[in-house]
Design a protein around this ligand. Structure first.
Ligand SMILES: Cc1ncc(COP(=O)(O)O)c(C=O)c1O
Length: 366
């Protein structure tokens, strides 16, 4: 099969074996065989973050936002209040969801690309005793920033608020160990660093915290976390029609993750990132963030101030060479973005670097 190098931040490049896993005999998802597959997938999803003894996964048909909306709409009680960290498009999206459900909230808003000030967040918790939950993004894909997960979780522990972490683009790419970093609700999807296909998202929930949400009057049906969880517990099946083939592919992707190991996957991604940075430096490009804040999963690059530069034209040049690059998304400076997740490695980045230099020379950029 033709291989495309996807440098957008997911859906990411997948292995041929994950693509082949889509091709399965037709099966009714109400059969026990599919129920067993679903259970195996849920267990493996939790195992990725070492949450077997404390956490359980709830899976939804839908893109990553479905998982975020499921968690946010389901876990805050009517008398609760949530703090939102907005330092990128996905923090902002959490706020939009909270507003749509009319849930009490306050937002710690920053310029997209600024690093969260943990003391300022603590001051909010000190001052506002009504806060019961805190939602933030682990890897803010808007800018490639890795937000300070351990420090923000420590505040949740200190002020006894439940943590909701959007780990959409970091789960399985960077190590997250629930035994050391006990996140109450972690959200991700099947098509980013776990290297499966788009079509499902999941919430990995602390079992005790999740059980308490049974008392919250549901604000919705399809995306209700407790409703979906209790149904699957009772019947072993998805509550609503699942994307059957996507679940088979996710199962294969999870197996491949465990063969590569978390350490192996992170090392492969980091090597690709370092190779990319080398090429960007040679091309004279400026990065949006200081290196200390980089996720090493996606890099936001300041757009060159040159008459020869046009993002869409550059995109098309790469696309003709089977490489997909990604535009910026409202950060404090205009950027384009290059991710290094999925089934790619440093050799793909070397090809990217070579084409970038060729293109810049041709267009007299820099
Ligand atoms: C951090 C983060 N959260 C949420 C989302 C939304 O996921 P989706 O576009 O699959 O709905 C994304 C997508 O890139 C993301 O990077």
């Amino acid at each position: 099969m033709k291989r495309n190098i996807l440098l957008n931040p997911g859906p990411a490049t997948t292995t041929d074996s994950v693509k082949e896993a889509l091709l399965v005999p037709d099966i009714c998802p109400r059969e026990q065989e599919f129920g067993e597959l679903t259970q195996a997938v849920l267990n493996k999803v939790v195992q990725v973050v070492n949450g077997e003894s404390t956490h359980t996964a709830v899976i939804f048909t839908g893109s990553g936002t479905a998982g975020v909306e499921a968690a946010l709409s389901s876990v805050v009680p009517p008398d609760g209040k949530i703090l939102i960290l907005d330092n990128g498009a996905y923090g902002k999206r959490a706020e939009t969801i909270i507003q749509a459900y009319g849930i009490p909230y306050r937002t710690y808003r920053m310029v997209w690309g600024d690093y969260p000030d943990v003391d300022a967040v603590e001051a909010i918790f000190k001052e506002d005793g009504e806060l019961t939950h805190f939602v933030f993004v682990h890897h803010e894909t808007t800018t490639g920033m890795l937000n300070p997960l351990p420090e923000l979780l420590e505040l949740c522990r200190k002020y006894e608020v439940d943590s909701i972490v959007d780990a959409m683009s970091s789960y399985a790419g960077l190590p997250i160990d629930m035994r050391e970093l006990p996140i109450d609700y972690l959200i991700s999807s099947s098509n980013k660093c776990i290297q499966g296909m788009a079509g499902t998202s999941f919430v990995i929930a602390n079992q005790e915290k999740l059980a308490k949400t049974a008392e919250i009057p549901p604000r919705n049906l399809y995306l209700n976390l407790w409703g979906n969880h209790s149904y699957i517990e009772k019947t072993g099946q998805f509550q609503f029609t699942p994307p059957v083939q996507i679940v088979y592919a996710l199962n294969q992707a999870l197996d491949e993750f465990f063969v590569e190991t978390q350490a192996g996957r992170t090392a492969r991604y980091v090597k690709s990132y370092e190779t990319l940075l080398d090429g960007l430096e040679k091309a004279g490009l400026e990065l949006l963030l200081p290196k200390s804040q980089h996720s090493k999963l996606l890099t936001a690059i300041v757009e060159p101030d040159s008459p020869g530069y046009d993002f869409m034209e550059m995109h098309d040049y790469f696309y003709e060479n089977d490489i997909t690059i990604y535009p910026g998304k409202g950060a404090k400076q205009d950027t384009f973005r290059v991710a290094n997740i999925g089934e790619i490695d440093y050799r793909d980045m070397l090809l990217f670097n070579k084409l970038l230099l060729q293109y810049f020379e041709e267009k007299k950029i820099m």
